[in-house]
Design a protein around this ligand. Structure first.
Ligand SMILES: [Zn+2]
Length: 494
């Protein structure tokens, strides 16, 4: 009960959105021109209209992107100076808000302000630290692999940050060149179609209801830690249920936490790849080591009071979390019945800290890159539950076309067409939109499935209003079908 007052503030915050944005963000006397915006659509009210807000919902909204955003960013007290490197990293984070803008050192307050502005960002501090350490430890254990393509950050002679725009694309070309081929036809339809036609939503509903009962799942709070521990236990109990008894499947299934520097760990569950022939040739071993990733993010955030505010995060991204959990559970059932035995290793990732700047997924992706893991492709689900379509209209899946891999996105379209009733639409998601960007950035293939074709459709997210009642489980289960199809079609080598 001790948070009730804060919860009240959080619950009423959306009503005060414009006012609070004003007080927190708008410097005095900014003159803003009305301009429609697609990218960072931020709504502001000029100061002199504050007093009218309560009584009128039809005040002129000022839409602006680009310049206003940059003006506001400049108001935030940031610095590009390295100064004392360790002092900086003790209390500031290095934040990138676009591919073409230099990263900046920002305080937690600055970062919360960004979030309230609706600006997506990547926290590249860890990547920068490893790069810094590597460059000051030349010849030591930290090899060039550690900094391979991590983030386009470098220090020039003047000790200011500079960006090498072209380094990562060449690194990506090198990285993707030797990746295993993706299927262009779906050859497991006879197996997959009966499975996906029998899916139900009851386990998803039960899980999401409980998952959203955590006050929030903020990545650097005890709530975020508790929710992650709860989810890990739930996954472990599924594994125990379906693999303990007399099942003699050779496929080993495990789940574990992947720890970070902040409180909430990511979760990685895996079906270990098994060669299908009895020989143990090198090639079989190689295929078994190839990893196929299905992912979502487990954290949630209240954009006004991140640590204490209520953030049920039902759609963002509780929906993706239970969408892939249902796929995981279904594959366990099939494994028990002898119908699922992937040659490749199939992993399910639930990332921590997406809302903190793609923190969890960056740590995991960098780890896999450093350890030379062959990742065939990462299929990410961030928000699958919001479906405000008029009745009798087609259900939509947004296929994200920026910071993703073309081939893997094509496969996602094929999976949607073959295994679901979802109509595909291309969607631009923007810089640091979600965890697919972390994998894309280090040169792995990634694709991202989204609930519709409008990024602004669900205005409840990052607030106490993102509750279970607003999501559509029948829509979500269509996305589960894609994850299952992907596990069969890519989990086995061509
Ligand atoms: Zn999200």
């Amino acid at each position: 009960m001790k948070f009730s007052a804060l919860s009240y503030v959080a619950a009423t915050a959306p009503l005060l959105t414009s006012l609070v944005q004003l007080q927190l963000l708008i410097p005095n006397n900014i003159i803003v021109e009305a301009k429609p915006s697609n990218e960072y659509q931020v709504v502001f009210q000029p100061l002199q209209q504050q007093q009218h807000l309560a009584g009128s919902s039809n005040n002129v909204n000022y839409y602006y992107q680009g310049k206003l955003q940059e003006m506001l960013l400049d108001q935030i007290n940031t610095s590009n100076e390295i100064g004392d490197f360790y002092a900086q990293t003790n209390y500031k984070r290095l934040i990138k808000t676009s591919a073409h803008r230099k990263p900046r050192w920002m305080t937690e307050d600055d970062i919360h302000t960004l979030r309230r502005m609706g600006v997506k960002f990547m926290d590249v501090t860890e990547a920068y630290i490893s790069k810094h350490l590597a460059s000051s430890n030349q010849g030591s254990d930290i090899s060039s692999k550690d900094i391979f393509s991590i983030e386009d950050i470098d220090i020039d002679d003047n000790q200011s940050l500079m960006i090498h725009e072209h380094s990562s694309s060449s690194a990506k070309e090198i990285a993707t060149k030797d990746l295993p081929k993706l299927p262009t036809q779906l050859i497991y339809q006879d197996t997959v179609k009966p499975i996906v036609s029998n899916l139900t939503t009851s386990y998803m509903e039960d899980t999401l209801k409980r998952f959203t009962e955590f006050h929030n799942r903020y990545y650097d709070s005890s709530y975020g830690l508790q929710s992650s521990e709860w989810l890990l236990k739930r996954i472990q109990s599924l594994i125990d249920e379906y693999t303990s008894s007399s099942t003699s499947s050779p496929t080993k299934v495990t789940v574990k936490h992947f720890k970070h520097k902040f409180k909430q760990p990511s979760i990685i569950a895996r079906f270990e790849g098994q060669p299908h022939t009895s020989s143990s040739s090198n090639n079989n071993k190689k295929v078994a080591d190839e990893t196929v990733i299905i992912s979502a993010h487990q954290d949630s955030v209240n954009m006004w009071i991140p640590w204490f505010g209520r953030a049920p995060g039902a759609d963002d991204d509780g929906s993706g979390t239970v969408t892939i959990l249902e796929a995981f559970r279904t594959l366990l059932v099939q494994l028990q019945q002898g119908n699922f035995r992937p040659q490749r290793t199939v992993e399910f990732h639930w990332y921590a800290g997406e809302e903190g700047g793609l923190l969890g997924s960056q740590d995991v992706a960098h780890y896999y890159r450093r350890h030379d893991r062959t990742v065939v492709g990462q299929l990410h689900f961030d928000m699958t539950g919001y479906n405000k379509r008029p009745k009798n209209k087609d259900e939509i899946i947004g296929v994200v076309v920026d910071n993703t891999d073309i081939e893997l996105s094509n496969l996602l379209r094929l999976l949607a067409k073959t295994y679901s009733r979802l109509e595909t639409r291309d969607l631009e998601c923007g810089y640091a939109c979600s965890d697919h960007a972390s994998w894309n950035q280090v040169g792995y293939r990634s694709a991202m499935a989204y609930e519709c074709d409008d990024l602004e459709a669900n205005s409840n997210i990052h607030s106490p209003k993102d509750v279970v009642e607003t999501v559509d489980f029948n829509h979500m289960v269509e996305f589960t079908k894609l994850a299952i199809g992907y596990a069969y079609e890519v989990g086995n080598a061509i």
